[in-house]
Design a protein around this ligand. Structure first.
Ligand SMILES: Cc1cc2nc3c(=O)[nH]c(=O)nc-3n(C[C@H](O)[C@H](O)[C@H](O)COP(=O)(O)O)c2cc1C
Length: 242
């Protein structure tokens, strides 16, 4: 299995140690991106990725290769310390550069684990934020590992091992999980947005080129009868109101 690690901590300490312990529980190839070494400029807010396509991002030379690695891996390990009750600026800047995935989700067959280290506060909120972000990217299943490091001398290895083992067995099984209701709604929102009279050009191109516009959800994931009907009804409703 190919694991891609994206680490938003600027130093090799708590977050890094937790990721290292997760790796100890996994088997496969690891590629590690430390965002502190990537020197990605701050997102300029130019909207080029949304409107024209991600290739038009003025920082595509930094972001494009990381996105290629995301596409190529089987599973993602996304890690950040809590900074002022949020992710680190390093990770937030990366997420800002990939915000177009909210409109154009891609990673339906991938699983992820989010690692959040903190002194004592904010870890669950930040883990939930990363979970939400990855689900908008299309990621099939997200495991959460919020860890309060505080004044502890050693890692809570039992807790880390337990979540890492579940993650590993899920990744290796290749099983696709049924999406959450909210994931289906967002899929239908962006599919409907691609069909409005004046759509965002890059979004329209993506939804038509991938063929996703013809599906109730990614064809890689089995929706089941009830969620299929739900998606159809939701899409019909959204086509009327958007
Ligand atoms: C700028 C900054 C802001 C922080 N904000 C918080 C915070 O809001 N809540 C908290 O509990 N810990 C906070 N911390 C502590 C870190 O989240 C914690 O020490 C974390 O484990 C550091 O990870 P690292 O060793 O990978 O850098 C902050 C640390 C820094 C440097």
């Amino acid at each position: 299995m190919k694991y891609l690690i994206i680490n938003g901590s600027p130093r090799k300490k708590n977050t890094w140690a937790i990721v290292d312990r997760i790796k100890y529980n996994l088997e496969g190839n690891f590629e590690e991106i430390n965002l502190s070494e990537c020197n990605i400029p701050i997102c300029k807010g130019c909207f080029s990725c949304f409107m024209k396509g991600e290739g038009y991002c003025p920082h595509n030379g930094y972001i494009g290769p990381i996105v290629e690695k995301l596409k190529d891996c089987d599973a993602i390990i996304l890690a950040s310390p809590v900074y002022a009750l949020n992710v680190s600026a390093l990770l937030k800047n990366f997420i800002d550069h990939t915000a177009y995935f909210y409109h154009r989700p891609e990673f339906f067959t991938k699983k992820a684990i989010v690692v959040v280290s903190t002194a004592g506060a904010g870890q669950k909120k930040v883990a939930n934020y990363l979970d939400e972000t990855l689900r908008h990217w299309g990621v099939n299943k997200v495991y959460k590992l919020p860890v309060a490091c505080g004044a502890k001398e050693s890692l809570e290895t039992d807790k880390i091992d337990k979540v890492a083992k579940k993650f590993r067995s899920d990744v290796e099984s290749g099983k696709m999980h049924s999406p959450k209701w909210g994931d289906i709604i967002f899929f239908d929102v962006w599919k409907a947005m691609a069909l409005v009279d004046d759509p965002i050009p890059a979004d329209k191109e993506f939804w038509f080129d991938t063929g996703l516009v013809n599906h109730d959800f990614s064809p890689d994931v089995n929706l089941g009868f009830v969620k299929k009907i739900f998606s159809k009804v939701m899409f019909t409703f959204l086509r009327r109101v958007i």
